[in-house]
Design a protein around this ligand. Structure first.
Ligand SMILES: Nc1ncnc2c1ncn2[C@@H]1O[C@H](COP(=O)(O)OP(=O)(O)O)[C@@H](O)[C@H]1O
Length: 322
């Protein structure tokens, strides 16, 4: 059988904390805070066997509970030690729990900033205004783009900043629960997405994405985009969705180079194909995966297809292209 052009690992929402098991807000799912580090270790072992060339960590690597216990650095050390055993580059996406634990400036100077790991000849610098988004070519004819889903956010931006003011305006125009903006404004439909634990993408970031994709169209590359928040409402009733998901979809739809958009955040996972043909994948979260199961994947890129081999709760998926 032919060798893949590139092989990489995928994992989402590890949310490690050295605390007893708990539940999600609605008490419909169990959360295995300590066990999540064991599942991460198993994933790394498997990726080593499969000789992955890099790993993409889709955000929320440690849980917000760490902050309240003053254990953020310790928890980060624990998960980083597991990931170090990979011996390949790990590309980190940032989610809401990164911001519960750390400020944006401290994230930028932490090991969770993987932007510099792309190599000077292929990777680009971060775009302005502290936007944590970057792109690189992992192999000829392929490009990876990491997006900052909390670029517009009230949890990831300093209160006195312009972006915070702008984000607050967006959020409170749609959500009047000023006592608790994590409470959705409605109980069904897409308006649910206007909660504090979601965020969005600034015009500046969307313009940058458009420029990256324009270049990839010209080079006839296949582009895989990674972010914490899904931008396609795959489920009938999604709460985990970027505020301005339609603006992102509109950019993606105008470029034939887009192969797929891979996100985390929604621990139940999701899959759907956009009208443009691009595939949207939301990876199942480790934190709500029982100890006897798994939630990670290995993706194999070939010239004519991407094969995602899922483990445990993550199902296999093949996307073909010509
Ligand atoms: N329906 C809800 N109403 C009010 N607060 C909520 C609701 N869902 C989540 N939250 C709160 O929002 C925050 C983020 O939720 P959480 O489930 O931890 O996010 P994640 O899915 O990223 O782990 C938590 O503080 C949680 O208590």
């Amino acid at each position: 059988m032919e060798d893949p052009v590139f092989t990489f690992g995928l994992i989402a929402d590890v949310q490690y904390a050295d605390i007893e098991d708990g539940e999600n807000y609605l008490r419909t799912r169990r959360r295995y805070y300590r066990g999540s580090a064991d599942l991460l270790r198993d994933a790394v072992l498997q990726w080593r066997r499969e000789r992955v060339q890099c790993v993409v960590q889709l955000g929320d690597i440690i849980d917000g509970h760490n902050r309240r216990r003053d254990a953020s650095d310790r928890a980060l050390d624990t998960v980083m030690a597991e990931l170090d055993a990979c011996s390949v580059d790990v590309h980190h996406v940032w989610g809401n729990h990164e911001f519960y634990n750390f400020s944006r400036p401290s994230l930028l100077s932490s090991r969770l900033n993987s932007a510099q790991r792309t190599g000077t000849d292929t990777g680009s610098d971060l775009i302005g205004d502290d936007i944590y988004a970057y792109e690189f070519s992992p192999a000829p004819n392929f490009r990876f783009v990491l997006l900052d889903a909390y670029d517009l956010s009230v949890i990831g931006r300093e209160e006195e900043s312009e972006k915070h003011t702008h984000s607050w305006r967006i959020l409170t125009q749609h959500n009047h629960n000023l006592q608790d903006l994590n409470q959705p404004p409605v109980s069904v439909g897409l308006e649910q997405r206007f909660v504090k634990f979601n965020g969005g993408f600034s015009e500046q970031q969307l313009q940058w994405l458009d420029a990256v994709l324009t270049l990839s169209d010209h080079k006839q590359e296949r582009v895989l985009i990674f972010s914490h928040l899904p931008v396609h409402p795959c489920a009938a009733d999604p709460i985990c969705l970027a505020w301005n998901h339609e603006a992102v979809l509109s950019v993606l739809r105008s470029h034939q180079s887009v192969l797929c958009f891979i996100a985390g955040h929604d621990h139940d996972g999701g899959r759907c194909t956009d009208s443009s043909g691009a595939q949207h994948i939301t990876l199942e979260g480790v934190i709500e995966t029982p100890p006897h199961s798994h939630a990670f994947a290995t993706a194999y890129l070939y010239e004519d297809r991407m094969v995602m081999k899922g483990r445990g709760r993550v199902e296999d998926l093949t996307i073909t292209y010509s």
